[in-house]
Design a protein around this ligand. Sequence first.
Ligand code: WT7
Length: 666
Amino acid sequence: MGDDAATIEDYYHEGRTFAPSAEFVASAVVNDPAIYEQAEADFEGFWADQARSLVSWEEPFHTTLEWDLPYAKWFVGGKLNVSYNCLDRHVEAGLGDRVAYYFEGEPGDTQTITYSELLSEVSRFANALKRLGVNSGDRVCIYMPMIPRTVIAMLACARIGAVHSVIFGGFSPDSIADRINDAAAVVVITADGGYRRGVPLMLKPNVDEALKSTNTVRSVVVADRCGGNVDMQSGRDHWWDELVSAESDDCPPVFVDSEHLLFLLYTSGTTASPKGIMHTTGGYLTQVAWTYRAVFDLRAESDVYWCAADVGWVTGHSYIVYGPLCNGATSVIYEGTPDTPREQDRSGDPGTWAKDRLWSIIERYGVTQLYTAPTAIRTFMKWGETWPDAHDLSSLRLLGTVGEPINPEAWMWYHEHIGAQRCPIVDTWWQTETGGQMLTPLPGITVTKPGSVCAALPGIGVELVDDDGNVVTEGGGYLTLTTPWPGMLRGIWGDPQRYEDTYWSRYEGRYFAGDGAKIDSDGYLWILGRTDDVMNVSGHRISTSEVESALVDHEAVVEAAVVGAIDETTGQAIVGYVILRGDVESSDALRGEIRAHVSKKLGAIARPRVVIVVPDLPKTRSGKIMRRLLRDVVEGRELGDTTTLADEDVVDEIRDRAESDDSDDE
Ligand code: WT7
């Protein structure tokens, strides 16, 4: 912590540690700490070993890595097919009857899909795509709800070498059109709609609207999920079931080069225009296969794994589809929200929304690993532990989180109320751009600290640096990656300059991830959030995530978002937005107490000038807090771009609260 304000300062100190139990270590997939040194001595050799042991190659690669900074080619000369790796080879090995997915729709419909069933559905749909004229290398957009046909569509593209671009089902017609146009997609795969909080949320009308401003799409395939009551344009639109009914379930996989484009995934994050992140075949599959197996400690014969993310995000691509299937795992897919359906009260009237769908799914399917986001965990905290307590969660043996920093208090709640103090927690840091997990504990080795991502995985090079690029060995800095990794993005579709500028220009020879982080005296890594969000208070650079953790540490607070607002004396002043626990009333005294609590945890420099109690926070559709909008509100500006905001009403409510709480706190 220092006098030069070059880096981000660190204030939060967390003393608790959690070692995996001896039983967990004894049977863990990875439990020898020597793996770290071995991989560090030869990271290329480490990844080559994983590529050979976890992936089947039609032709073996001759060169592990060609690195022409910032362009990497992994497993050069190798040929493979991702859908063959995810399906055929398991069936050939006699595992055709193993369950690939247990699907549960929001209305309660269920479907169990084995590996051999998945293979024949994928093959039939791949044949249908070929009949529609889709060739290897063509781009196909997928705009679907969370149903098995979404996974089938992705794998069918991979089977014939076509490139999928999944567009999250919450996006608007404009966002769909932008993505179709940028990729020049030839086919769109969609559904009439999907179920969301008890009602069908229509998707096909958004595609129709989007297609008015595109001219590359020849065909639209529509899955019937909600009764099929949508307009169909003859010649262009085809019902999924009719299309595949004539197709054979034999479709030989197209073996492609290791560096063949597998998918595009557009990331907009909290700022700027979307970028088509490019992921290729051999390296991506290797990294997701190894990380899935090692980080989730997979026992494919007996585990039932559940990633509660949406397949529209990279988490779904890597850890609902490709990582699990490549390993022959059994997973759960759930379509809807965690607070559906309504609870019936005794008179049979629909009561309030039940808030235990997740826990009921875990109990009914015997889920062994749960992977979800901190924003979801804080929501469950807010709802209270009576919901999970009512279910038998004893099948769980490992918990994971991803997407944002997890506050130590949320980590502890997850550990105690979901993991019954028994399950290791893997807090996994990675990005759309990294393709797979990068910084995370290994559950059979790492002694975890609540809120810390702990360390880089074997084979991954990470260093923190200060503004001038000097390596920081203790304290805050900027998170950089120092060596190429197999799942790394290969570029931004159509814009190599933007790729170089965005990720490789700030520090020579290093990938800069955009995140701040700190390294503690034990060498543990803590993510401090996006550097765009770092606040500057009287020359001290303070991370939003540390102040948020201190706010959530107060017993009345369940969720917090912190921003720096322009302040005449201090440059920026800290403004804390908080959501209170269900039964707590806001008062001047309580807000003062919460501010004082932050001083106590972090020091007076980090005390918020004002704490504003709000019913909700503005989030992107992937659950990231949009601090930019909170800054606009507190500085009294017109709101900037709100197109990625999940719920527009939230900001109006916050504006009202900001006006009242701000005046009486000063
Ligand atoms: C950004 C990437 C990774 C898949 C989902 C998000 C933040 C991600 C963590 C974590 C703290 C995290 C970072 C990162 N982030 N995981 N475990 N702890 N922050 O993918 O939308 O590309 O976002 O999410 O800020 O840069 P994404």
